[in-house]
Design a protein around this ligand. Structure first.
Ligand SMILES: Nc1nc2c(ncn2[C@@H]2O[C@H](COP(=O)(O)OP(=O)(O)OP(=O)(O)O)[C@@H](O)[C@H]2O)c(=O)[nH]1
Ligand SMILES: [Mg+2]
Length: 313
């Protein structure tokens, strides 16, 4: 075996600029982040989507503020916005889904969402497998599913347990307590703890996943996420004026909930989690765990299908 000798360059070659070259390429292409929402009807999924977009965008043609009340969502809809910050381009895709829970029989209510997620995996795989595949494949795979929990203060409903389990097999699930303004601070904390315990009890493995490769820093980061989950959020279609500033909020007889105030709710924690701290990890986990599982299953099925076919003469 030939020995590999480390040779120190006598003069500066300049390959250390590779990091800048990679950065330049990535910046030119931009990033794609796809989120889906799921949960029972009327929990504020569509409202929260509008709140997230509104808090990111000042100038947009999308529906950021309107006098119309939000309507019940009747079909799966994807909305997309491009956000640019310091030259970094992020295409944020949020997929809204109709809530369930108002039918007599809610069996298989998760099917359309699971199908939508698998369809995106399947479309990506198809593009990957074409002979003349594109250098850059448009990524519509869902990187995160926000799962809305009813703020009952009691416990998870059986349907939540089933749906979260189903979803967690195909996507990174991040649970949120919807309409958190209906709980007092003590109720909110107790409910969060109860939910965490129930997730463990029901053996629901949600994002973040621990792997053997995780180093000390990653393990700590994962622990810190687990201590925040589920995020207790409040959404609002309306802006209110607080201290002369227009902010998203909910006004009541007894006061105003400022959605972006960390002492009022955890909307900002959720937003920071999605865009500041875990964007890359959610994208990576989707590719390495969820998509990889789908891909290998499909390819094995394909191979077996070919093997069973009689040989062509
Ligand atoms: N108190 C409170 N009400 C909220 C909150 N978010 C939304 N709402 C209200 O709840 C109602 C339902 O909100 P939607 O956003 O339509 O709920 P949804 O989950 O999209 O419902 P479906 O489309 O049927 O699945 C609206 O009247 C909202 O104004 C919240 O954080 N707190
Ligand atoms: Mg809706």
């Amino acid at each position: 075996m030939a020995a590999v000798e480390e040779i120190r360059a006598t003069s500066y070659v300049g390959f250390d600029s590779i990091t800048q070259q990679i950065e330049h390429k990535l910046l030119k292409r931009g990033f794609q982040f796809n989120v889906i929402v799921a949960g029972q009807t009327g929990l504020g999924k569509s409202t929260l989507i509008n709140t997230i977009f509104a808090s990111h965008l000042i100038d947009s043609k999308g529906r950021l503020e309107s006098d119309e009340p939000v309507r019940q969502t009747t079909e799966i809809q994807a909305a997309s916005h491009v956000i640019v910050e310091n030259g970094v381009k992020l295409r944020l895709n949020i997929v809204d889904t109709p809530g369930y829970g108002d039918q007599v029989n809610n069996e298989n209510c998760w099917d359309p969402i699971v199908k939508y997620i698998k369809d995106q995996h399947s479309a990506y795989l198809r593009k990957e497998l074409t002979a003349m595949r594109d250098r850059y494949i448009q990524d519509t795979r869902i990187h995160c599913c926000l799962y809305f929990i009813n703020p009952t203060g009691h416990s998870l409903r059986p349907i939540d347990v089933i749906v979260m389990k189903k979803l967690s097999e195909v996507v990174n699930v991040v649970p949120v307590i919807a309409k958190a303004d209906s709980l007092t601070l003590e109720e909110r904390e107790a409910f969060k703890q109860k939910i965490r315990a129930e997730l463990v009890y029901n053996n629901i493995r949600l994002y973040p996943f621990d792997t053997d490769e995780n180093d000390e820093e990653e393990i700590q980061l994962n622990e810190s996420i687990r201590s925040m989950i589920p995020f207790a959020v409040v959404g609002s279609e309306r802006s209110v004026i607080i201290d002369g500033k227009s902010v998203r909020g909910r006004k009541n007889r007894w006061g105003v909930v400022n959605v972006e105030d960390e002492s009022h709710c955890e909307f900002m924690h959720l937003r920071n989690f999605l865009t500041r701290t875990h964007l890359q990890d959610l994208i990576e986990t989707t590719a390495q765990i969820h998509y990889e599982a789908f891909r290998s299953k499909q390819l094995i099925a394909l191979k077996e299908g070919v093997a069973q076919r009689p040989p062509v003469n």
